[in-house]
Design a protein around this ligand. Structure first.
Ligand SMILES: *Cc1c(COP(=O)(O)O)cnc(C)c1O
Length: 345
């Protein structure tokens, strides 16, 4: 079975797991007066992430959802207005910060344009509407099909939001895939945002974990929020060490995942009933199956019978995600399965 449900399926390598060193472990939730815990592997990972992204401070979380929640709840207080798009992971999947039971923030929606990036007019209109506390961007954008916000647009967005004194948080779960696609230095992207989260557990292949970065004052506040959300961990070096290994060894490999996605897209591009998304930018591919008259569940079931495991995500859309365990041969096989399925419709 070729499993393209998500890049979270990537399995850590033996070498990655062997990077865990017992002598580095400590209680990472027991903080000194500088807010640093006692697990050396966690501290090393946070420092490495800071230097990689050129941000003042980083903090390690067990998941991206927890890191996003902590970031947003640090930036905002209940009833604050937050600008998001409707298919953003934070709004559509994570939900907690907008729930009346938890974060109690008010979502205000901006539109995505035909390229799956924020529509500037829509952003400007909403920012002028006033009283926005935080703007959230997703880069690459998962449910939009792994689309990326280019530097030029990011500069415009930054200018607009600063004009209205609005902070920017970037959900950069797959920020390294985005940087490869945009062919820019990652630091050029994140310098336009006040806080950024990225995942170690997706294409980078670590078993779990995410980092949240921002300036020192912000991260100082995040540490408080992290603690009350239950985010403190103890010998977290057992997950931080594989995470550090991933950052040192696996970033370059993400390029291949982007290329496999493109290769797949070129293979199945047809004028038939299965429409592959126009511009494949990173490791995610969306298929529009409306014309097949199958439900997304039926479509995925048919693919599974042929040996390809994929997932319905939005109305009429199924998603395929490429990652390190998926070779070029697997990619070709996946393309053949979709073409074969199409020939039967
Ligand atoms: C996976 C993902 C997250 C959350 O990460 P978890 O570690 O699964 O909680 C956030 N945003 C996006 C866009 C993601 O794809």
């Amino acid at each position: 079975m070729i499993d393209l449900r998500s890049d979270t399926l990537s399995i850590p390598t033996r070498e990655m797991l062997e990077s865990i060193k017992i002598e580095d472990l400590g209680d990472s939730g027991r903080l000194d007066r500088f807010g640093r815990g006692e697990d050396r592997a966690v501290n090393e990972l946070e420092d490495y992430a800071c230097s990689l992204l050129e941000k003042e401070r980083a903090v390690f979380f067990s998941s991206g959802t927890l890191a996003n929640n902590a970031a947003i709840l640090t930036h905002c207080k209940p009833e604050d207005k937050v600008l998001v798009d409707k298919i953003q992971h934070i709004y559509k999947t994570e939900k907690a910060v907008f729930s009346s039971k938890f974060g109690q923030l008010q979502p205000v929606f901006y539109n995505l344009d035909e390229n799956g990036t924020p529509c500037l007019e829509s952003l400007e209109k909403n920012l002028q509407g006033g009283n926005i506390k935080l703007l959230i961007l997703e880069n690459s954008h998962n449910f939009a099909g792994g689309t990326c916000i280019g530097l030029e647009k990011l500069r415009e967005i930054h200018k607009l939001s600063k004009k209205h004194s609005v902070l920017i948080h970037m959900d950069g779960a797959r920020i390294f895939n985005a940087a490869f696609s945009l062919k820019v230095d990652l630091r050029e992207i994140v310098k336009y945002v006040d806080s950024v989260m990225f995942c170690l557990s997706k294409g980078l292949g670590a078993p779990m974990g995410s980092l949240l970065l921002g300036n020192s004052a912000f991260i100082g506040e995040v540490l408080e929020v992290k603690k009350i959300l239950g985010g403190n961990m103890r010998q977290a070096g057992v997950i931080a060490a594989p995470g550090l290994y991933a950052l040192k060894n696996n970033i370059g490999k993400l390029k291949m995942d982007n290329e496999n996605a493109k290769y797949f897209g070129n293979m199945v591009k047809s004028n038939g009933k299965i429409r592959v998304q126009g511009n494949i930018e990173t490791n995610i591919v969306m298929l529009d199956i409306e014309k097949t008259k199958l439900s997304t569940e039926e479509f995925c079931e048919r693919a599974k019978e042929k040996g390809l495991y994929i997932r319905p995500v939005l109305e009429n859309k199924v998603r395929l995600v490429f990652y390190s365990d998926i070779s070029r041969e697997d990619t070709i096989r996946a393309g053949e399965i979709i073409l074969n399925l199409e020939s039967e419709l």
